[in-house]
Design a protein around this ligand. Structure first.
Ligand SMILES: *[C@@H]1O[C@H](CO)[C@@H](O)[C@H](O)[C@H]1NC(C)=O
Length: 275
């Protein structure tokens, strides 16, 4: 079991550890020069609009231990601040909804944000950008080969708006930021997922589509689930994020990829079952 976990971890690193060619957010349309998948037809993010209502057999579900404290490593990877769940942690799973019976295990989360609060999210809602977006990245818990096919990952995206977060959910993370100024700075941290997700008023309001990683290599292996209800972060906390330094030794801001065309894909909106 441990070996399998290590194997998956190594394979995930291959996909995410995209420092083969350096990249940044100056011209995201050029990513395809070094990372051909970025020019594909099933890319993320997208503008979320005109979703088709669809009834899914079961509610999107979280394992009962999901909304608890999780220990991991928080680090500056040169493009964002990311939290990697410790391998010793019991699996936190999501399943059902658009994922069917296949459980997906939480690996990491990270954020995207703007240089000011008029922008920062990757997905947009009817053309509207939010000041930030958080991505909870999950891997097919039964995966026994390399990452590389559609549906290998399930990412839950949440918009972040400016406001008082009743649970002070991001406070523990924000307090660590001064020690994570530069690429590869890292620290251990315990995050309460109940607080992070506590701001979601209605977990049945989401859309789903098939897309990609939003950073190079842009692999088209992601089932996206985008929550409609934004969560909140204080402007002061967003300001702290903007003090981080990226891999070009510049302020880590506007680390979002603008929306791409839906093209031939379908965007579904969960229609809660009549009870
Ligand atoms: C998850 O991985 C297993 C093992 O590779 C595979 O059989 C299954 O089809 C995958 N599930 C999805 C939804 O891709």
């Amino acid at each position: 079991m441990v070996r399998k976990v290590l194997l998956i971890f190594a394979l995930v690193q291959v996909v995410f550890g995209s420092d083969m060619a350096p990249w940044n957010y100056d011209d995201t349309m050029k990513w395809g020069d070094d990372y051909p998948f970025c020019d594909g037809n099933e890319q993320s993010p997208i503008d979320i609009k005109d979703a088709m209502e669809k009834e899914f057999d079961n509610l999107l579900s979280f394992s009962t231990n999901y909304m608890t404290c999780i220990t991991g490593t928080l680090f500056n990877n040169g493009h964002t601040v990311q939290f990697n769940v410790d391998e010793s942690e019991p699996s936190r799973l999501i399943f059902q909804g658009p994922l069917g019976s296949q459980p997906y295990k939480l690996l990491q989360f990270h954020l995207h944000w703007g240089s000011d609060s008029t922008k920062g999210s990757e997905h947009t809602l009817d053309g509207q950008a939010f000041p930030a977006e958080i991505h909870l990245v999950h891997v097919n818990a039964s995966l026994d080969g390399p990452l590389g096919k559609r549906g290998d990952l399930a990412v839950v995206g949440l918009f972040i708006e400016v406001g008082e977060n009743a649970k002070m959910a991001f406070q523990p993370l924000v307090e660590k930021l001064p020690s994570l100024k530069n690429k590869d700075d890292s620290t251990s941290i315990t995050i309460n997922m109940a607080d992070i997700l506590g701001g979601v008023e209605d977990f049945s309001k989401w859309t789903t589509y098939l897309g990609s990683l939003t950073t190079p290599g842009c692999n088209e292996i992601v089932t996206w689930i985008n929550m409609e209800d934004p969560i909140k972060m204080a402007e002061e906390e967003l300001k702290e994020l903007r003090t981080l330094i990226n891999s070009d030794k510049k302020p880590m801001v506007d680390n979002f990829r603008p929306p791409l065309e839906l093209k031939d894909r379908k965007l579904y909106k969960n229609m809660p079952k009549a009870t």
